[in-house]
Design a binder for this molecule. Structure first.
Ligand SMILES: [Zn+2]
Length: 416
């Protein structure tokens, strides 16, 4: 314990939590259990974040976040369910794999099925059958990176729908309205996400627009049970990142995200900026790095002091038959696994690894059986969630740095 400054022992009660997860809450709601003693209902649904343990050698920290749909522990990895579904996995398996929070996408859901249908269904949680916390991304990143015919004005952004080509207009207000209708636990402001560029003036204009939109987002929000996170932009320019941080923190959000990271810029630049910027982010709010992807990136970002991550990699790789392990990727389609009756990862305790061999998984992919992508995706999600769980344990034990070094030594990015 000597390397750890223990801020406080884990104290759910300090957060006013007795029924700690969504399942308990659902039972309480049905009236089967007496209502837990504690603060009034309104308070229990309020968003709250508490740092629990700080690592003394790095900026890493553990924390606990309470939402109206239960709690989650940080550092946390959020499986991505863009269309209201984490590809190939039922909400029940997500829960069994240990997922405490998932991410979905406001823009995509507003196009299909449309927010009226989700509102009528009783909100996104009910519609998709997931009882735990949900963070919705505004969809700004998708709009700016994928869509055609964009016209950005102070008002908002005009573009063509990725689905049917129809004209869509998104403003900061509209994006909040969509997310409030979805009823996610954490909403994100609309931000302008420029692609990686050395053009400082362009980034400066973009962060000014993002700050202006952030102010409007905060001004128009109505739901008290939904947290709103601001987004810090600024590209690879440290002073612009700082300016963006200052202007966003001034507006005062429940959490802060870093956008425009890992969008093609050199990684050394990224980590240099994170090293200086993250410690200046408010320590008492969750810090979310949008779209961080590989196990090594996650470890590095945790060491820099970030709490929340999301990435499509586990399911995207899973669909293609690539499995993450502590030694690197295992591409089950590879011919060399034809007669390999070992599991994907002998150290892994997931359902896939306890029951199926590389040879069988390879066979499933060769025959295009849909069980193949499901089993490998489920292993991958488990791998990411277990990695975060392990990271939290190591931070608590004061051994995070040692674990990080060992992991980095073992993990070979070129392993196939
Ligand atoms: Zn496994």
């Amino acid at each position: 314990m000597k390397n750890v400054q223990r801020v406080k022992p884990p104290s759910l009660r300090a957060l006013g939590i007795d029924a700690v997860n969504a399942k308990d809450e659902a039972i309480s709601d049905s009236g089967l259990l007496p209502r837990p003693v504690g603060p009034p209902r309104n308070d229990e649904r309020k968003f709250m974040f508490e740092v629990q343990v700080r690592d003394s050698e790095t900026e890493a920290r553990t924390g606990i976040t309470r939402t109206g749909h239960g709690i989650f522990h940080t550092p946390a990895f959020m499986p991505v369910g863009t269309q209201g579904s984490v590809k190939g996995l039922t909400p029940r398996s997500l829960e069994e794999l240990g997922s405490e929070i998932i991410l979905s996408n406001a823009y995509h859901l507003s196009v299909r099925p449309g927010i009226e249908i989700i509102r009528e269904a009783g909100g996104l949680h009910k519609f998709m059958g997931w009882k735990g916390p949900i963070l919705t991304d505004s969809g700004g990143y998708q709009v700016f990176s994928l869509s055609r015919l964009r016209k950005v004005t102070d008002e908002g952004v005009n573009f063509q729908s990725h689905f049917d080509g129809s004209d869509i207009f998104l403003s900061p207000e509209r994006v909040i309205e969509i997310q409030e209708a979805l009823g996610s636990d954490i909403a994100m402001v609309l931000d302008e996400c420029p692609p990686y560029t050395q053009d400082k003036k362009r980034i400066q204009e973009s962060l000014a627009l993002t700050a202006q939109w952030a102010k409007r987002s905060k001004a128009c929000r109505r739901r008290e049970d939904q947290a709103l996170f601001g987004i810090i932009q600024g590209g690879i320019f440290e002073e612009l990142r700082e300016e963006s941080l200052e202007r966003t923190v001034e507006i005062d959000f429940e959490g802060y995200a870093l956008g425009g990271i890992f969008v093609g810029e050199p990684k050394e630049e990224t980590f240099k900026i994170l090293g200086r910027l993250v410690p200046r982010m408010p320590a008492d709010r969750p810090r979310y790095l949008m779209g961080a992807g590989t196990p090594l990136e996650l470890l590095e970002c945790v060491a820099k002091g970030l709490d929340l991550f999301d990435c499509v990699n586990p399911t995207r790789y899973g669909r293609n038959g690539s499995a993450f392990t502590s030694k690197g990727l295992v591409v089950v389609r590879n011919g060399k696994y034809n007669r390999d009756f070992k599991p994907i990862d002998e150290a892994c305790r997931c359902y896939t690894c306890r029951n199926f061999s590389r040879s069988y998984l390879r066979h499933l992919f060769n025959c295009e059986e849909m069980l193949g992508p499901q089993l490998v995706s489920s292993h991958n999600i488990y791998f990411f969630l277990e990695l975060m769980k392990r990271i939290r344990k190591e931070i608590e034990a004061g051994t995070f740095s040692r674990f990080k070094k060992e992991f980095e030594k073992q993990f070979d990015p070129n392993h196939r």
